[in-house]
Design a protein around this ligand. Sequence first.
Ligand SMILES: *[C@@H]1O[C@H](CO)[C@@H](O)[C@H](O)[C@H]1NC(C)=O
Length: 379
Amino acid sequence: MLFYTMANLFTLTLFISSCSSFRLPSPSRLTLTLHTLTPTSHEETLNHHSIVVNSFPEIVQKAVDDILLVTGEDSWQPSDLLSYPPKEGWKESNEGLSDELLVVLIGDMITEEALPTYQTLLNTFAGCSDPTGSSPTPWSQWSRGWTSEENRHGDLLNRFLFMNPERIDMRSVECTVQHLITSGFDPGADRDPYKGFIYTSFQERATKISHGNVGKLAKKVGAENLSRICAYIAGDEARHEIAYQGFCTEILERDPEGFIVSMGEVMRKGITMPAEMMQDGHNKNLYQEFSSVAQDLGVYTAFDYADIAAHLVRIWNLEKLTGLKGEADKEREFICKLPDRYRKLAERAEKKKEKGRTNVGPKDAKVMEKTFKWIKKRS
Ligand SMILES: *[C@@H]1O[C@H](CO)[C@@H](O)[C@H](O)[C@H]1NC(C)=O
């Protein structure tokens, strides 16, 4: 507390000294400076951002009503896609799935199963939380409705894996899920709804791409049921992506400087995947190795990262956004250049890898077994 008060004093001094100089900074420029300087000003930023995200309740309500599915009977449920016990031929229909693809699927399932973490995070965003647990506000309805849809993803993927006991070491997968929820995840949103929704705008699109690609690869090897499962999940992510990007559009209209500065901060930090802290208690590099398999299969790559950044720049029309004050316009230029920079980095990394690559194609079975306890040995 003392520290905060000291910081306050510091702000005040700064304010006075800047006012007494000849050129008075413009008010927004001043707020910008203050925002980045002190802990107290972070509270002020949060207050301001909270007011802005509460200035379009009808849009949030519309997202709840039009973008989310009607809960219950009318919504798809995991049982529509997987029935137990499976009919004859089930095991055979999944035999074409490589260990690598299963690893990616398991990583995706573990990510989805850590949903409690994401609902917790959503409820940390200033002004968007569900304060009672069943509050009637549009933001609270969104938080619960979104969670109820996402909850089906983990259930469905979990069930699919459970129904393939010859290939999957379910207990090891379950341990990883528990570890991940215990560890939690911090995307660096700092309770700021702007940063939070910029992150989710990116992240929902990333998961849509990733599930979609797993589905395509599954289809190629004749695993029709899995392919459909992934398509359904990707469809949910596509709707959620539109909602979060729409919320950001509203924020951008009302507070362009604040939005751009927040976006700059989010992009500089980098969008990390929510399963970053995954561990199975054995392999210290589990997440890196999972990501590298996903990248090798083309499920989620550095090029996708660049494409998503480009997509956000495009839909928010950042190239053509004019009239931004001070730092914010520089930040906008920085953001607009990112997609190209990411693409170049991705190309460079790929070239380097091509050179150093010794085994193209499936990884050695022994390496896979050692790396991923999730996968059972092939007999
Ligand atoms: C796989 O899909 C087929 C076709 O829709 C369906 O009849 C079958 O029950 C599905 N398998 C499982 C295990 O649900």
